[in-house]
Design a protein around this ligand. Structure first.
Ligand code: NAD
Length: 425
């Protein structure tokens, strides 16, 4: 077995860019060409951008940082995160540090299955139509698998069938779900192709008219879970554990709070999804639909006190992530980010992403339940405000420090401070 390298890189934030990259190269076993890609001014060459989207004119830069300290399923991992929001990467790293000694994160994925829906309309006997479709599962399997021999060869393909009859204002509709194991692909194109191929056949069997044929982003056959224990000593004592439990309980009983609680989770999850070329909107849609799939909109994570008085956190949400397909294999930066993660399959990948979501959520809850969220946010935010007010070079830190000192991190104040500094030169 190869020697396990540590993701605990103390003072990573104090290192220069080159030193940080050296540490990542060493930990993740990157090649020099990967480092060159990370150092390159052009993270996405224009010819690729032009192939990825229509009417391309440029590409849009977002900061890419590395979360340290994560141990996921006994493996230390550095996590690339692409986000424009300050404090997110530091918060994830901090939360991961505080549960390292108790074993880090443990994860699972329910399956790698996706659902595609086929809508059949115009049936006077929708329940009979449902029964006719369910009778022909073997033929449906053959049609679906015939669309993607590559996926079948890899051990994926059609798995199951569900048919629902939904009442609607325009009459009952028969909704067929094909459930497909898409393995290491997110699978939207794969299942959409199957749904489109199958739909006319379902219409002819039932005598109805086929209409929509598209995957569901409520990917509840692909539920990722993570859990961790934060020892009370590591987070500042019983009082903080209790304060965090009260904060978490707020989200359990109030959708206004739950929306913000879940947004904090997605700060981490969307950042890893973006860094790896995944479809952030599909993941966001799935997460929020899952949060709302019981009687009310609920938090995606839960917190409890262990018998020893420590804080146990857990998270469960759909994660339609891919290691192949979409932009994952096309975007050169996504490829480097996947190398940094060093994952072998989408099960491992999903576990890490769920762990980042939980870490992010823990950090936000802790800040909210103690010092408040602004303290951590303000240092970098003050710099952004300074830049927006026209500060350049060394002025940026000077203006930010002055805004923090005055306790007024605002654009108008920043403009005044910039003018004051320049008048003194
Ligand atoms: P894809 O079609 O590009 O790649 C998936 C295919 O890769 C599989 O069908 C299989 O044939 C092949 N493959 C090779 N190695 C594989 C492996 N190890 N595991 C599984 N398959 C393997 O991509 P996709 O994942 O089907 O679709 C993802 C794209 O679809 C994303 O770009 C997404 O944005 C887009 N999309 C999303 C939606 C939505 O979320 N509502 C709708 C339409 C399209």
């Amino acid at each position: 077995m190869s020697e396990q390298k540590s993701s605990r890189i103390g003072g990573f934030y104090k290192l220069s860019r080159e030193e940080r990259l050296d540490a990542v190269k060493d930990m993740a076993g990157l090649a020099q060409e990967d480092i060159d890609r990370l150092l390159s001014k052009e993270s996405l060459p224009f010819d690729l951008a032009d192939r990825l989207v229509e009417n391309a004119v440029s590409s849009f830069g977002v900061p890419l940082g590395i979360a340290t300290n994560l141990t996921v399923d006994e493996r230390d991992v550095l996590v690339p995160m692409a986000t424009e929001e300050s404090s997110v990467i530091a918060a994830a790293s901090n939360a991961a540090r505080q549960c390292r000694d108790s074993g880090g994160f443990h994860t699972s994925l329910s399956a790698t299955e996706m659902i595609a829906q086929i809508q059949i309309l115009g049936l006077s006997d929708p329940w009979a139509g449902r029964a006719k479709i369910l009778e022909r599962k073997a033929e449906i399997e053959e049609i679906c698998n015939g669309c993607d021999p590559m996926l079948v060869k890899l051990g994926g393909g059609f798995r199951d069938l569900e048919v629902r009859v939904l009442p609607s204002a325009s009459g009952a509709m028969v909704i067929t779900h094909i459930i497909v194991d898409t393995k290491d692909a997110m699978g939207a194109n794969a299942v959409n192709t199957m749904a489109e191929r199958l739909a006319p056949t379902l219409a002819s069997w039932t005598g109805g008219r086929h209409h929509l044929r598209i995957l569901s982003n409520l990917a509840d056959r692909r539920l990722a879970r993570a859990r961790a224990v934060w020892p009370k000593e590591a987070i500042g004592g019983t009082e903080i554990v209790d304060a965090m439990l009260d904060a978490a309980e707020f989200a359990e009983v109030d959708p206004y709070r739950a929306a913000t609680h879940n947004k904090g989770i997605m700060n981490g999850i969307s950042a890893v999804a973006l860094a790896t070329g995944n479809d952030t909107r599909a993941i966001e849609a799935g997460a929020h639909a899952y949060a709302a799939s019981s009687d009310a909109y609920r938090p995606l994570s839960h917190y409890e006190k262990t018998a020893d008085g420590d804080l146990a956190g857990s998270i469960e949400l759909p994660l339609s992530l891919g290691l192949v397909g979409g932009a994952t294999k096309v975007h050169p930066m996504a490829q480097v980010c996947l190398k940094i993660l060093g994952v072998q399959n989408v099960v491992e990948f999903s576990g890490i992403v769920a762990a980042v979501g939980l870490a992010q959520n823990f950090a936000a809850l802790k800040a909210l339940a103690t010092v408040g969220i602004q303290k951590g946010h303000m240092t970098l935010h003050a710099q952004n405000v300074a830049i927006a007010a026209g500060a350049v070079g060394e002025e940026i830190a000077e203006v930010a420090a002055e805004l923090a000192r005055r306790g007024e991190v605002r654009g108008d104040v920043a403009e005044t401070v910039v003018a004051e500094i320049r008048s003194k030169k």
